[in-house]
Design a protein around this ligand. Sequence first.
Ligand SMILES: Cc1cc2nc3c(=O)[nH]c(=O)nc-3n(C[C@H](O)[C@H](O)[C@H](O)COP(=O)(O)OP(=O)(O)OC[C@H]3O[C@@H](n4cnc5c(N)ncnc54)[C@H](O)[C@@H]3O)c2cc1C
Ligand SMILES: *[C@@H]1O[C@H](CO)[C@@H](O)[C@H](O)[C@H]1NC(C)=O
Ligand SMILES: *[C@@H]1O[C@H](CO)[C@@H](O)[C@H](O)[C@H]1NC(C)=O
Ligand SMILES: *[C@@H]1O[C@H](CO)[C@@H](O)[C@H](O)[C@H]1NC(C)=O
Length: 400
Amino acid sequence: MKMRLAIIGAGAAGIVSLKYALEAGFECECIEETETFGGTWNYTDKSGTNKFGFPIHRTMYKNLKTTVPKELMTFLDASYPTELLEYFLTQPQVLQYLTDYVNKFNLEKQIKYYESVVKVEWLSNNTWRILTINIKNNILSSKTYDAVLICSGRYRFPRIPKYPGQELFKGHQMHSCNYRSPEAFNGKRVLIIGGSFSALDISHQLQGIAKMIFLSHKTGMNVKYIIIKTAVKQFCESGVVFEDGTKEEFDVVIYCTGYDCKFPYLTESCGIIVENNYISPLYKNIVNIKHPSMYFIGMVTVNTSFLTCDIQARFVVAAIAKKFSLPIKKSMLKQLKRQVLKLEKNNIPLDHIHKLGINQGNYYKELAKIAPITPTSPILSDVFKVLYINLCKSVFNTTY
Ligand SMILES: Cc1cc2nc3c(=O)[nH]c(=O)nc-3n(C[C@H](O)[C@H](O)[C@H](O)COP(=O)(O)OP(=O)(O)OC[C@H]3O[C@@H](n4cnc5c(N)ncnc54)[C@H](O)[C@@H]3O)c2cc1C
Ligand SMILES: *[C@@H]1O[C@H](CO)[C@@H](O)[C@H](O)[C@H]1NC(C)=O
Ligand SMILES: *[C@@H]1O[C@H](CO)[C@@H](O)[C@H](O)[C@H]1NC(C)=O
Ligand SMILES: *[C@@H]1O[C@H](CO)[C@@H](O)[C@H](O)[C@H]1NC(C)=O
């Protein structure tokens, strides 16, 4: 009998997994709760709930520019059209790439749209039962599979830190995931909290439109058109007080404070625990060590996410096809434990296991060494490394 695979989500991770799984001859179902593939890259100007009353989880905003050149945003078997000369693409251009990919490999017929996964259970005969709800008619259905690929995305549930007095503030507070375009901020005094790329990108978009842009961040940054502030100490009706004691008035506060990693559909039987964004126990950030027929794709925080999803998907498909054997549970756990102890010793939060940063290239090499798969071009990893170091130097005042 053919292996039956469930792929949860049809974003970049889901479609590249689907492509390789179909190629390997598995029976695949890609379960996607929205009406379309592309995940994050399918921009919608809507936020809140959709016409079926179902929450919209899109986090992309209009005119988003990618932070890495397109050469680093490719899957192995598809490059960008040669007439595309820019390095840094916009959201519609990336979505076009994903659309071309889906069409080239004829993936859409295996995607089940409007189906939302509500429950995944591990059964004692080593299969997985997945319960889905059709968001158009609320009909529940349940099916069993031999393997599950979790591709539901890392940037889904906005994280908003708590500050004293937050509820007193009379202005508008929002998370960056609900930011769509700059027009709404015309003439406003805006405070952006957070020091990530979304903070920089949004502040850049608001330049010349907002009346004043303040950015509150724990470590320093060099940006000309914004006023840099320390962390927020507390809110008041008209604005906030910063750690340095200064007070400013604001109309809007935008939280660019990232996301909580969650998989609400995983039941206890799956054996996965997520705490403070740390998913465990995973082997190589991919394999559920408790039940090694469940795999996570795209959960590492990297900037070369397409390359990462591509090699992770090939690793997983090779494992399911028994092209190589995963180590026994005990030795996978031991490897993980070693990583955990190292972080704990240095007082580093455990979710850093998922943050590859400058080590992306080594991670790719490692995966290609374990499984018989084509390695990612080392040139790509090197290009990224240089880019990363320069960016950290010029924008974040930090060195690596
Ligand atoms: C603002 C922003 C900017 C970014 N910029 C870049 C960049 O410049 N370069 C880069 O490489 N990466 C960037 N990224 C990272 C980006 O997330 C990845 O490029 C990539 O899109 C991740 O794909 P994914 O498939 O893992 O997740 P997603 O794109 O989130 O796809 C997950 C899919 O799963 C579906 N899903 C979720 N839960 C369920 C469920 N229970 N049932 C059914 N379906 C479900 C969702 O509807 C969605 O379609 C950015 C991310 C954000 C948020
Ligand atoms: C993106 O989403 C919109 C609806 O929000 C849809 O009409 C469109 O077809 C989608 N684009 C792609 C390429 O899937
Ligand atoms: C495993 O058990 C479930 C539930 O009892 C059943 O529906 C399924 O067919 C079984 N699968 C196999 C391969 O035995
Ligand atoms: C990579 O992405 C992370 C967050 O996803 C960000 O904090 C970091 O600065 C990015 N670096 C580069 C070089 O794009």
